[in-house]
Ligand binder design. Structure first.
Ligand code: ADP
Ligand code: MG
Length: 241
């Protein structure tokens, strides 16, 4: 579903990604972890073309993301993305947040969009809040709405960038539970940047460990945790576990 081959990227003179190669098969969950500044956010932004790359190739669902002529608008509509900071539209109700892109991008009628929204809000436990505005919700609730909003576009894959790291501890689980459900019940293809190693152990098929812009390890989850090969991954795990 997602394939990256020998991707390198620079911000000006600064090489932020060095020769990154990995893939995510359909239905697979890959957790990306590593120290702050190691390039995790940049890596996943490149997957849906939010950031251009200077070397290498990225192919998503058979379509080239890199290179000229890439149909990025169409691609982005197919890939759901959830960030650390819940980027809901503050001046719109929860319902309108979910309906907007369904109507504008997918061409659904208001009725269709509302029906789909309600199904998803029920699923993330937020149906009772459909008429509220983001400012009236807790961080965990906003993040669950953000996930529902991404799912409303019927994405072929979901990208998460530290979706729980701005949340108070008691709200982390409610968001992770939704993500676990997506992985287990829907078989959603997911690439998740997170430091939640409990989540990784539970649902990740593989763990990608990054350091200084490079993919240092890309291994089945159990192998990664039981016997990280690199000193850098061992050091990282010893600090966060
Ligand atoms: P992570 O998500 O692992 O913390 P990032 O991908 O955000 O890492 O950043 C990797 C490196 O690239 C950091 O050193 C960061 O300062 C730098 N960086 C990120 N975004 C930009 C940008 N837009 N311009 C220049 N440097 C950037
Ligand atoms: Mg980041």
């Amino acid at each position: 579903m997602i394939e990256m081959k020998n991707v390198s990227k620079w911000y000006g003179d600064f090489k932020v990604l060095t020769d990154c190669t990995t893939k995510v098969a359909k239905g697979e969950v890959v957790v990306v972890c590593g120290p702050s500044g190691s390039g995790k956010s940049t890596l996943i932004k490149c997957v849906n073309g939010l950031e251009p790359v200077q070397e290498g190739r990225i192919v998503v669902d058979g379509a080239e993301v890199t290179g000229s002529g890439a149909k990025l608008t169409k691609l982005r509509a197919k890939i759901g993305m959830v960030f650390q900071h819940f980027e809901l539209y503050p001046h719109m109700s929860v319902r309108d947040n979910l309906c907007l892109a369904q109507e504008k991008v997918l061409g659904r009628t208001r009725k269709e969009a509302e029906a789909r929204s309600e199904t998803l809000l029920t699923r993330v436990g937020m149906i009772d809040h459909v008429a509220k505005y983001p400012g009236q919700l807790s961080g965990g609730q906003q993040q669950r709405v953000a996930i529902a909003r991404a799912l409303a576009m019927d994405p072929i894959a979901m990208l998460f960038d530290e979706p729980t790291s701005a949340l108070d501890p008691e709200m982390i689980k409610e968001v992770l539970d939704v993500m676990v459900g997506l992985a287990r019940d829907d078989g959603m293809t997911m690439m998740v940047v997170t430091h939640e190693m409990g989540f990784a152990r539970k649902v990740a098929d593989r763990v990608v460990f990054m350091d200084a812009g490079a993919i240092v390890e890309d291994r089945p989850t159990k192998e990664f945790f039981d016997a990280p090969e690199s000193e850098r991954a061992q050091d990282f795990l010893s600090k966060i576990l």
